[in-house]
Design a protein around this ligand. Structure first.
Ligand code: ANZ
Length: 862
C-alpha cells in the first residue's frame, strides 16, 4: 500500500477491474429485491458539464447505497442521440450528424467511466440506432391502428427566404437564426398523438406520486389545465339548432350580452356557406403567412352573424358573433360573453361596441360605485340579476344551476387545456415516421416486416441541407404491396425516444418485441429517477403518458413509471465581465482574472491579465454564454474523481443550488488524504483482531464505540429516509476527525479502530468508491468491497449522552450548559437555576415564566 493518497494511481486501476469483471451487470434474480435507479439519459453534446456530473453522481451514490442494502440494483445509461444540435454542428464543422454524434458518445462515455459510475454498460442504449428506433416506429403503428394517432394541418414557423420550417429555438426575436428574415407561420400536415385522451388519468394519477416534488406535480397540473365548469345549451332564435358553451362562471349568466363562437366552429362553417363576407373572414383567420406580432395585433377581430340566441333565463335575444379570440379546440369552441367581468370579452366588446352589463359587485353594500371603465373579474354578490340579486357566489351557482336543470339546459363538465402532442418534425436527424401515402392519396403505415424504416446515416453535407430545407425534393418512394408509395420524410420529435427508454433498459437486446414483459415486470416501476427541473413538464409528461400507453398494451404494469423523483439543483460558479463598446457584457473566465479578497473571503478587486478592472457578477449558473463553466475533466485530473464526487454531494443538499468553490474541493481532497493516512497507519500495525465485548471496555473505548454506532445510525437515516447526503457526509467527517485523535494504547483500542475504519469505509463507499475499494482491500486481506453490506448500528452500544441546553434570558442567549440525561423537567429547571453563572445574571429578579424546548433551549422571562 502506498503511503500517500494518489487518486490517479488507484482510480484507473479500480475502473478497469469493474469493467473487466462486469461488476455492475445485473439480471432478473427473483431471489433478490430489485431496485431500479435511473438518471435521465444525456444528450451527447460533446463533453460532460458539471450539471451532468452532479446528476450522475447523485444517481450513483443512491445506486451503490441500495446495492449495499442487498438489493439487485439496475443503473443503466444511454444516449438521447437524435436532435437538432447535431445538424447545426454538422453544418458548422463540415461533418455529418451521425459522425458528430458517435464521436461525442465515445468521448462522453470515457468521461463517465472516469467518474467511476456503476452502470450496467451491457444495457447501453443509443436512441439513433435502428435496433432502438425500430420499436418506436412499430409502437407508433400500433397507436395508429388504435386510432390514437392522426394527421392534421397545423401551423409551423416558416422562413420565407430559406423556405424551411424552423424549430422554436431557431426563431430569434421573430427572425430566422440563419438569414435573419422575419419568420411567418405556415400550415402543413403534421402527425399528432392523442395525449388528450389521457388528460384525466395524467391529472388524477399525480395523487399517487407521493415521492415526487410538489413543485413538479404543480407544474404538471398547470400544464394539463383541469377546468371544472358547466356546459350550457342556448337556443337559437327562429331555429331548432342550439349552441353549447363552456363556462366556469355561471354566476355571471345574467350579465351575458352576446355569444361568441370560434371561426372554425361547425356552426361558423355552416353559416359561411351562405354568407360570402363570413366566408372571407374565416379564411383570413388561419394565421398563415403572418408573423407572431401580426397574429397578436389581429386578436379580438370578429363579425356579427346577425343571428340571435335566446338567453335561457331572461328569454331575450342576444347577438351571436364569430370571434377569433375563441379557441376552437377548447371546451365547446363557443362561449357566453360577460364583458363586465371577463377581460377577453371586455376587450372584444369595447372594440366592437357591444353592450356591457355588470352583475357582480364586491360586497353587500347597496349603491356601491361600480367602475364603469373596466371589468370586475372577482367573485362577489349578484346585482342586476333579477331573482338572483344579493346572492353570494356559492348560492348563486346553486340557484342558477337548479333553474337551468329544470329545463335540461345545463351539465357539469370538466375540461383540460392539454393539447394533443405534435410529434412530426421537418428535420433530417430523427426517427423516420413509418407512414406512407399511396398513389390514391391513402395514408398507410409501413408494413411491419419492413421495419425499421432506416434513416440513411451516411449522407453528404449538401444533402443534409436539402433535407433540412424541406424542399420536398427528397421525398422517398417505396413499394407497399407492390404499389408505389411516397414515404413520409418528417421525423419524430426527440421526446419520443426519451419517453420509453426506461422500459427498454429492462430488455435492451430483446428481439421479439418492444419490451419483454417478464423483464419489465421484474424491474419496473423505476424506484428512483433523477434529473433536472427543466424536464418537469414536457419530458416527464410524455414519459408518464407513454407508460400509460404501454400499460394499456400490456407491456408494463402499474399506472406510473416512477415511484420517486429527485430534481437536482443547478451548479453555480463565479462569473466576471467587462463592459464593451456597445454596452455589451464580455464574460471572462475566472482563470484569466486576478482576484483580491478580504478576510471574509469577499472579493475586493478583480482585474484581467492586462490590469483592467473586471466586474464580479456573483455566483450564477454555469454556462457557456457566461464563460463560467468548470471543466469536470480538469477537476478530475487535479483532484481525482472521488474528491469531485464527494464535494458535489457535500457542498449542498441535492435539490438546492451548488456553489462551485475550489477551496471547498481542496478541503475535501485534504480530508480524503487524512483518511488514507489514518488507514495506512493502522494497516502498518500487526495485531490480532478479536470481536469487542462492549461491557468490558473502558470509558474512552465505550465513548468511541458509542459514537461510531451513533454515526452509523444518523448517516443511515440521513441517506435512506431524509436523502440528506451533505449532513451524512459531515457526520462521517466528524467521526474520522475524532478517530484521528484516538490513541491506540492497547489491543482493544486497535480492534475498535479496525471496526471504526471498516464502517467509515463502507459508509463512504457510495461517495468515494475508488478510494474505499483500495482501503478495503488492504484492511481485509484482498477482499472486494463491491458486494459488502451497509453497516448496521447496534442500539445497545448507544450510550445515553448528556444534553446540551442553550440558556436564554428574555430570549437572549447567555450560555450553554450540559444537563445529565436522567433528569426530569422540574429537576432541569432547578439544575439550571443553581448554576453560578445563572445566579449572577439573574441576581434577585423575579422569574415570570420559563419556556423550555427539550434538548434545545431554556428561556427565562424576567
Ligand atoms: C363566462 C365567464 C365570465 C367566464 C367570467 C369567465 C369569467 P378556464 O378556467 O381557463 O377553463 N372560455 C371557455 N371556452 C373558451 C374558448 N374555447 N376560447 C376562449 N375562451 C373560452 O376558463 C374558462 C373560461 O374561459 C370560461 O368561463 C369562458 O369564459 C372562457 F366572469 O364564461 B367564462
Amino acid at each position: 500500500m502506498e503511503q500517500e493518497y494518489c487518486p490517479k494511481n488507484i482510480e484507473i486501476y479500480v475502473q478497469k477491474y469493474w469493467k473487466n469483471k462486469k461488476t455492475f451487470h445485473v439480471y432478473e434474480d427473483e431471489t433478490k429485491e430489485k431496485y431500479y435507479c435511473l438518471p435521465m439519459l444525456p444528450y451527447p453534446s460533446g463533453k460532460l458539464h458539471m450539471g451532468h456530473v452532479r446528476n450522475y453522481t447523485i444517481s450513483d451514490v443512491i445506486a451503490r447505497y441500495q446495492r449495499m442494502l442487498g438489493k439487485n440494483v439496475l443503473q443503466p445509461i444511454g444516449w438521447d442521440a437524435f436532435g437538432l444540435p447535431a445538424e447545426e454542428a454538422a453544418i458548422k464543422n463540415n461533418t455529418i450528424p451521425s459522425s458528430w454524434t458517435y464521436k461525442n458518445i465515445k468521448y462522453m462515455k470515457k468521461q463517465l467511466e472516469s467518474l467511476g459510475f456503476s452502470y450496467d454498460w451491457d444495457r447501453e442504449i443509443t436512441t439513433c440506432k435502428p435496433d432502438y428506433y425500430k420499436w418506436e416506429q412499430w409502437f407508433f403503428i400500433q397507436l395508429y391502428k388504435k386510432k390514437l394517432v392522426y394527421k392534421k394541418n397545423s401551423l409551423v414557423n416558416w422562413c420565407p427566404s430559406d423556405k424551411t420550417v424552423l424549430a422554436n429555438e431557431q426563431v430569434i426575436n421573430g427572425c430566422c437564426w440563419r438569414c435573419q428574415s422575419t419568420v411567418i407561420t405556415k400550415t402543413i400536415p403534421q402527425w399528432f398523438i392523442k395525449i388528450r385522451n389521457y388528460a384525466e388519468p395524467l391529472y388524477n394519477d399525480l395523487k399517487k406520486l407521493k415521492n415526487w416534488p410538489e413543485k413538479v406535480k404543480n407544474m404538471q397540473k398547470n400544464w394539463i389545465g383541469r377546468s371544472e365548469g358547466f356546459e350550457i345549451s342556448f337556443d337559437i332564435y327562429n331555429s331548432s339548432k342550439k349552441i353549447k358553451i363552456f363556462t366556469t362562471r355561471i354566476d355571471t349568466l345574467m350579465g351575458v350580452t352576446y355569444l361568441a363562437i370560434s371561426p372554425f366552429h361547425k356552426f361558423s362553417i355552416y353559416l359561411s356557406k351562405k354568407n360570402q363576407i363570413l366566408k372571407k373572414f374565416i379564411e383570413t383567420q388561419n394565421n398563415e403567412n403572418f408573423s407572431k406580432e401580426e397574429i397578436e395585433a389581429k386578436k379580438f377581430y370578429g363579425i356579427n352573424t346577425n343571428i340571435f340566441a335566446i338567453h335561457p333565463i331572461i328569454k331575450k335575444k342576444i347577438p351571436i358573433w364569430i370571434a377569433n379570440y375563441v379557441i376552437n379546440d377548447y371546451g365547446t369552441g363557443s362561449i357566453m360573453c360577460v364583458p363586465g367581468h371577463n377581460e377577453n370579452d371586455w376587450n372584444f366588446a369595447i372594440k366592437n361596441h357591444l353592450k356591457i352589463k355588470y352583475v357582480i359587485q364586491q360586497s353587500n353594500i347597496k349603491n356601491i360605485q361600480l367602475n364603469q371603465n373596466t371589468f370586475f373579474p372577482e367573485k362577489g354578490i349578484l346585482i342586476n340579476s333579477g331573482e338572483f340579486n344579493q346572492l353570494d357566489y356559492n348560492n348563486a351557482i346553486k340557484k342558477i344551476k337548479k333553474k337551468l336543470s329544470e329545463e335540461k339546459k345545463i351539465k357539469t363538465k370538466i375540461i383540460y387545456k392539454l393539447k394533443d402532442w405534435c410529434i412530426s418534425r421537418q428535420r433530417y436527424w430523427g426517427t423516420p415516421i413509418p407512414m406512407a401515402t399511396m398513389k390514391n392519396g391513402k395514408i398507410v403505415p409501413i408494413p411491419e416486416k419492413d421495419l425499421p424504416v432506416l434513416l440513411p446515416e451516411k449522407i453528404k453535407n449538401s444533402d443534409l441541407l436539402k433535407n433540412y430545407s424541406n424542399t420536398k425534393s427528397t421525398y422517398y418512394t417505396t413499394k407497399i404491396n407492390n404499389q408505389t408509395a411516397v414515404r413520409e420524410t418528417d421525423t419524430f420529435d426527440t421526446f419520443m425516444e426519451s419517453s420509453w427508454y426506461y422500459a427498454r433498459y429492462t430488455c435492451p437486446h430483446f428481439k421479439e418485441g418492444i419490451i419483454n414483459p417478464t423483464a419489465s415486470k421484474y424491474w419496473l416501476p423505476v424506484d428512483q429517477y433523477i434529473g433536472g427541473i427543466e424536464h418537469a413538464i414536457m419530458h416527464l409528461m410524455y414519459f408518464r403518458f407513454y407508460h400509460k400507453l404501454l400499460r394499456d398494451f400490456k407491456f408494463v404494469q402499474f399506472d406510473e413509471p416512477v415511484k420517486s423523483l429527485i430534481c437536482q439543483g443547478m451548479v453555480l460558479s463565479e462569473a466576471f465581465y467587462q463592459i464593451g463598446q456597445n454596452n455589451q457584457r464580455h464574460w471572462i473566465h475566472k482563470s484569466n482574472i486576478y482576484i483580491e479578497k478580504n478576510i471574509k473571503g469577499e472579493i475586493i478587486t478583480a482585474k484581467d491579465k492586462k490590469g483592467n478592472k473586471v466586474i464580479y457578477a456573483g455566483m450564477i449558473k454555469m454556462s457557456k454564454s457566461k464563460n463560467n463553466g468548470i471543466e469536470p475533466e480538469l477537476m478530475i485530473k487535479n483532484y481525482g474523481a472521488d474528491t469531485i464526487r464527494l464535494f458535489i454531494m457535500f457542498a449542498a443538499p441535492i435539490e438546492s443550488s451548488l456553489e462551485w468553490n475550489e477551496s471547498g474541493v481542496k478541503g475535501i481532497y485534504r480530508f480524503l488524504k487524512k483518511l488514507w493516512k489514518l488507514s495506512f497507519n493502522y494497516i502498518q500495525i500487526k495485531h490480532k483482531y478479536k470481536n469487542i465485548d462492549f461491557n468490558l471496555l473502558n470509558k474512552k473505548q465505550k465513548n468511541m464505540y458509542s459514537l461510531l454506532h451513533k454515526t452509523i445510525a444518523k448517516v443511515s437515516d440521513d441517506i435512506n429516509r431524509r436523502k440528506s447526503f451533505n449532513t451524512a457526509i459531515s457526520q462521517i467527517m466528524e467521526l474520522v476527525n475524532i478517530l484521528r485523535k484516538f490513541q491506540l494504547e492497547n489491543e482493544e483500542d486497535k480492534c475498535i479502530m479496525k471496526d471504526s475504519l471498516i464502517s467509515v469505509i463502507k459508509m463512504l463507499y457510495p461517495f468515494t468508491p475508488h478510494l474505499c475499494f483500495i482501503l478495503w482491500k488492504h484492511l481485509n486481506k484482498n477482499c472486494f468491497i463491491d458486494n459488502e453490506r451497509w453497516p448496521v448500528f447496534q442500539k445497545n452500544f448507544l450510550l445515553e449522552t448528556n444534553n446540551i441546553l442553550v440558556v436564554q434570558i428574555n430570549g437572549k442567549k447567555q450560555f450553554t450548559i450540559e444537563i445529565p440525561h436522567n433528569l426530569t423537567k422540574k429537576e432541569i429547571f432547578i439544575y439550571v437555576q443553581n448554576h453560578s453563572f445563572f445566579q449572577k445574571k439573574i441576581e434577585n429578579k423575579n422569574i415570570k415564566k420559563i419556556i423550555y424546548i427539550p434538548k434545545k433551549i431554556i428561556n427565562f422571562v424576567i
